[in-house]
Design a protein around this ligand. Structure first.
Ligand SMILES: C[S@@+](CC[C@H](N)C(=O)[O-])C[C@H]1O[C@@H](n2cnc3c(N)ncnc32)[C@H](O)[C@@H]1O
Length: 365
């Protein structure tokens, strides 16, 4: 065995395996193009317009959606070639099969077109990220167009539909405590959809959301005002020194939804959460399911995608704050290590059937 950092390649590549790999790459390129178009299909409302299964001409679809007919025609070409939309060349009509509408429209419970938006969103950052590969450092939140908007749509699907029936019930007696009235903090709350839903459901409890991004907390405040919620507040707050600034024993419940791994100082945030919990308080953390090992992440159904999200967003925004750059795929082992270091004595982890992407941690002092 050599101990050098790089080992010479001695085997001759197998021709059949090259061919199979070429097929895979070609397929990936084709699917990547389809995803770019799927993102546009979501944003333009084209999928929603086709969701009723009606067989429409390109002209009538353009009219229905008030979009430019030439662009709609090209999009239909991509969607037909990508086998998303069906067409009948005799009648010149197009339709979206019900099985596809079930996963691609706003009427659907799980709209996977929401996630397609990450492909152009992250792709648009390539120049900035390329510079970081060469020079180090990171790309700050402000450079990301639409991040908070897309993130809120994402968590609107992974958190909201399961919040009351799957996520909160992970903690025995929490629902009755929320009904009676407790103090709840959501750290790294983004646009605060989960908070709005909880504040509506539990009027006797008091809710607050902290987030670094003014844009996100401003959106949260507007949502709370629009719903007439007086038990919900939002505060712009940098949690990088939360271990020092957190109010001691102030909250019965702290939640973080997908908001630890991209922090500048995740351990300081966790220590602050530990400090701000009451002695009988509980911390519920949703964070990405990973293994902390590259070779084990091969089994993750979305591993490559999540490492891309990490490189082009989560890791880089942390590095841009002079942070640790933990990355999206920090994984269970490292998460457990951080929770222990932050002082949590009781640590449980769960997976929920609706969400392959995340783990759900229940932590107590
Ligand atoms: C992946 S987003 C999750 C947002 C939200 N919890 C959700 O599920 O939609 C992570 C959030 O952490 C916030 N964040 C990042 N660094 C922060 C910091 N230093 N202090 C406070 N919030 C921070 C970001 O602004 C972002 O809204």
């Amino acid at each position: 065995m050599t101990s050098s950092a790089s080992e010479a390649i001695t085997t001759t590549p197998d021709a059949e395996r090259i061919e199979a790999f070429e097929e895979r790459l070609t397929r990936a390129l084709n699917e990547a193009g389809m995803l770019l178009m799927a993102s546009l299909g979501h944003r333009t409302g084209l999928f929603d317009s086709l969701a009723d299964g009606a067989k429409v001409t390109c002209e009538s679809l353009a009219e229905r959606t008030q979009l430019d007919e030439r662009y709609v025609r090209e999009w239909l070409g991509a969607m037909t070639a990508g086998r998303i939309v069906e067409t009948d060349p005799e009648t010149g009509r197009y339709w979206l099969p019900g099985e596809h509408a079930a996963l691609l429209s706003r009427q659907a419970a799980a709209n996977l077109a929401v996630y397609a938006q990450f492909i152009p969103l992250l792709g648009s950052m390539e120049e900035d990220i390329l510079r970081c590969f060469r020079e180090g450092g990171g790309v700050p939140y402000e450079r990301f167009n639409r991040f908070h908007e897309v993130m809120a749509e994402d968590s609107g699907q992974t958190v909201l539909p399961a919040l009351f029936d799957g996520i909160l019930p992970l903690i025995p007696d929490l629902i009755s405590r929320l009904q009676r009235g407790i103090r709840v903090l959501d750290a790294g709350c983004g646009r605060g959809k989960a908070l709005v839903a909880m504040a509506k459901r539990y009027p006797n409890s008091q809710f607050i959301g902290y987030d670094l991004a003014e844009e996100a907390v401003a959106f949260g405040r507007e949502s709370a005002a629009a719903s007439g919620l007086e038990n919900l507040q939002f505060e712009r707050r940098d949690l990088s020194n939360f271990n020092e600034t957190a109010e001691r024993e102030a909250f019965d419940l702290v939640t973080t939804f997908d908001a630890i791994h991209d922090q500048a100082k995740p351990l300081a945030v966790l220590a602050g959460i530990r400090k701000t919990l009451k002695p009988d308080g509980v911390y519920l953390a949703q964070d990405i399911h990973g293994s902390s090992h590259h070779h084990l992440d091969r089994e993750h159904p979305m591993g490559a995608f999540l490492y891309a999200v990490s490189t082009m967003h989560c890791m880089t925004v942390s590095l841009a704050q002079g942070g640790e750059g933990l990355g999206t795929m920090w994984g269970r082992e490292k998460a457990r290590e951080y929770f222990k270091k932050a002082g949590f004595g009781s640590i449980e982890v769960h997976q929920l059937p609706h969400d392959v992407q995340n783990d759900y941690w229940v932590l107590r002092p």
